[in-house]
Design a protein around this ligand. Structure first.
Ligand code: ADP
Length: 259
């Protein structure tokens, strides 16, 4: 990890984890979890020891995206053994609940669960722990921002105005919490027709790049709307595991965090 991402002192950071990077978005459904899973896989393929904490408590999707149906075990009743798939060490509240069960937790319970997932999971030595945040600017962001040692955050948005508007709020929240934003990722930037090759900007064009420029933040990637990304995500084998253009794009993105 680069020098600018050195974690500061603070209470919540698992031992042996070099850097924690949170991945957030303003709105749901913009592909934050998809980007998180693929970035994790790409970092693992680049030889990094990677963990992924699915903190999207209200819509945990990482177990499905990693094809995991097993539940985490706790043989000693104290530490929780994380799950492993595609070279990534994984923990998700979704792995502890039946898939269809909605989570309605009160703030303190939520924070307890979050703290437990962060501190009681035997993450082992990791170069980086990615945290897939819930969308928006709620309790999870606040707790992690205040109580854990985040090296930084990445914000994912589509070019759509409503998504961007909410992404700006998320950026604002990170600024208030003094969490350095490492950059923006524009997802679903363009759709290239597989039949005629024509580009369509279904969710608009250029908004995320303009916002990155306005805030002097890096635009880390512009990722297209891609059928394989959706299909392989649903199948539990992230597209970054393959050898196509998307895997290349994620390898390039991962490269930006390896120096
Ligand atoms: P979020 O975590 O922001 O709620 P998800 O990662 O769950 O969003 O993505 C929402 C849906 O969009 C999923 O079905 C996912 O497979 C799909 N998706 C995400 N990114 C892309 C993309 N670049 N191309 C095609 N489908 C995508």
């Amino acid at each position: 990890m680069g020098g600018h991402m050195q974690p500061q002192a603070g209470p919540m950071k698992p031992e042996g984890v070099k850097a924690i990077i949170a991945i957030g978005s303003g709105k749901g459904g913009v592909g934050k979890s998809t980007v998180s899973s693929n970035l994790a896989v790409a970092l693992a393929r680049a030889g990094k020891k990677v963990g992924l904490l699915d903190a999207d408590i209200h819509g945990p999707s990482q177990p499905r995206m990693f094809g995991i149906t097993k539940r985490p075990a706790s043989p000693d009743g104290k530490t929780i053994e994380p799950l492993h798939a595609h070279g990534v060490t994984l923990m998700s509240v979704g792995a502890m609940l039946p898939e269809e069960k909605a989570v309605i937790w009160r703030g303190p319970m939520l924070m307890g669960a979050l703290q437990q997932m962060l501190m009681q999971v035997a993450w082992g030595p990791l170069d980086v722990l990615l945290i897939d945040l819930p969308p928006g600017t709620g309790d999870v962001q606040l707790t992690l921002g205040q109580k854990s040692q985040l090296a930084g955050a990445i914000v994912v948005s589509t070019p759509q105005d409503v998504a961007l508007l909410d992404a700006k709020k998320a950026l604002d929240a990170f600024a208030t919490l003094k969490v350095p934003v490492l950059g923006l990722i524009e997802n679903m930037a363009v759709f290239t027709c597989p039949h005629c090759g024509k580009d369509s900007h279904i969710f608009g064009h250029g908004g995320v790049a303009a916002e990155a420029e306005r805030l002097s933040l890096p635009l880390l990637a512009q990722l297209p709307i891609d059928l394989d990304t959706r299909v392989s995500g649903d199948a539990g084998t992230p597209v970054a595991l393959g050898d196509g253009l998307m895997a290349e794009a994620y390898a390039k993105l991962a490269d930006r965090f390896i120096r």
